[in-house]
Write a protein that binds this ligand. Sequence first.
Ligand code: FES
Length: 108
Amino acid sequence: MSYYQHHLFFCLNKRDNGEACCADHDAQAAFDHCKARVKAEGLTGPGGVRINKAGCLDRCAGGPVAVVYPEAVWYTYVDKHDIDEIVESHLKRGQIVERLLLPPNVGR
Ligand code: FES
């Protein structure tokens, strides 16, 4: 069994050269919201959920992106409602949110 049941990484990378980056989509706000939500739901800690910042995950064209391990499920999101759905469905019930899945061929 893994230390965390679910480990979610948010790309927060910011580029100043005009290229696409997740920071342009307010990824920080989504990350902050997710952390607060998971804590409020009592999901944190060993055997539970961990939310971490990440640098570029090299899938910028689909940004903002986040990935859940150990399942390696990649998401894109628009707003806090999408984050809430990922928490409620995937992190609490183990059900992937199909509508938010990042298409498999999306790269940088
Ligand atoms: S900047 Fe977020 S995946 Fe590259």
